[in-house]
Design a binder for this molecule. Sequence first.
Ligand SMILES: NC(=O)c1ccc[n+]([C@@H]2O[C@H](COP(=O)([O-])OP(=O)(O)OC[C@H]3O[C@@H](n4cnc5c(N)ncnc54)[C@H](O)[C@@H]3O)[C@@H](O)[C@H]2O)c1
Length: 435
Amino acid sequence: MRIAMIGTGYVGLVSGACFADFGHDVCCIDKDEKKIAALHDGRMPIWEPGLEALVKSNVERGRLDFTTDLNKGVEGAEAVFIAVGTPARRGDGHADLTYVFAAIRELAKALTRPAVIVTKSTVPVGTGDKIAEILAEEGAPEGSSVASNPEFLREGAAIADFKHPDRIVVGAEDEHAREVLREIYRPLFLNKAPILFTGRRTAELTKYAANAFLAVKISFINEIADLCEAVGADVQEVARGIGLDNRIGPKFLHPGPGYGGSCFPKDTLALLQTAKEAGIEQRIVSTVVDVNEKRKASMAARVARALGGSVDGKRIGVLGLAFKPNTDDMRDAPSIPLVNSLIEDGASVTAFDPAAMEHAKPLFPGMESAANAMAVADGADALVIVTEWDEFRALDLGKLAERMKGRVLVDLRNVYERDEAERAGLAYYGIGRPA
Ligand SMILES: NC(=O)c1ccc[n+]([C@@H]2O[C@H](COP(=O)([O-])OP(=O)(O)OC[C@H]3O[C@@H](n4cnc5c(N)ncnc54)[C@H](O)[C@@H]3O)[C@@H](O)[C@H]2O)c1
């Protein structure tokens, strides 16, 4: 089937490459000329494991192409996916639909035959209805329909998630749209990935409810971690003790510096806006947003406590800046308030991230960067693990300690055990672990 993908970011590029790999004929469109030029040169605009090889093989087989020209990109497409950004609108946190609606207006004029228009972008309930109105207003071909197909992939494991999803959610109001999406996802359907067909509004809300629930789980364990610290219990063991209960499950029970990234912060805010407009209270999600903001803002004080109360004049090494491992995405990363507060409070900060340095540098004007984890330790009073990249999991702590001036390890991801850090001569400060 011929598919067009409008928006070639984390979601659009991964989805486009995976659809091509299923055997569909895909054109990925983006306004960003640099991005499309890079892709034409075989360079990936994002850091995602396995993506380069997947893109290369499908380009070579002639199933995947890239363009900045929307008219050309959607020519003959039976399905057009919308995967443009929907960031939080400044001020009220509502999902900013400017990019979605601009893309739809352009698309309506470009279509020469009816198509199924599918929103993969995360959009508030009712957006599909508005898209249908705009398409009609702009004179899109009769017989076009609008469906919602929210994306649940995780950056860092995006290809595996896309190809082996827990479920595929399709919200559609007509049988033709359902048929087209069934056909597109048939390879996964045959692998028994459940496809849930729902109404469009239900599919739109399902995405927000999923992210909000995961944010609740993370904030829950973060608060339990604080309680563990106060009463001398170990949150790692508590998390295991509850996670083995099938009703709870072990995932998203890792305490840390607060959730970040391109989805949870904006999607929880957008859900609250939807609820506000509907006149329905969402006290749990509202509290979680507040808990998470405070948590991120409190991490610098945690480092200061480990250094005896102040970071002024201290040299601090930071391991990991991306909001999670295996991505270069810095959007809403917990490292942002942490590093900026440390610098504001008088510390000098040197950091290393295996993939995100290029995106991170402009966000931290006063920060120095190092070439690797060992170099971060040089002369540091404290080391802070912010992102749990695999390459930080088996560091030679003894060697690291030798290169440091102070001997403090603040482990915001509980990558290490206290006794192994102490054997290496480091004072260890994990999250939610007994002193
Ligand atoms: N990143 C994730 O892990 C993830 C997961 C699930 C869902 N989502 C959702 O998917 C959507 C896209 O997210 P992303 O992280 O891929 O965003 P992104 O910022 O990486 O990519 C969006 C792309 O759309 C392009 N674009 C904007 N307007 C355009 C237009 N009119 N025509 C062509 N291209 C245009 C931009 O240049 C950009 O390259 C969002 O709604 C997000 O919430 C993201």
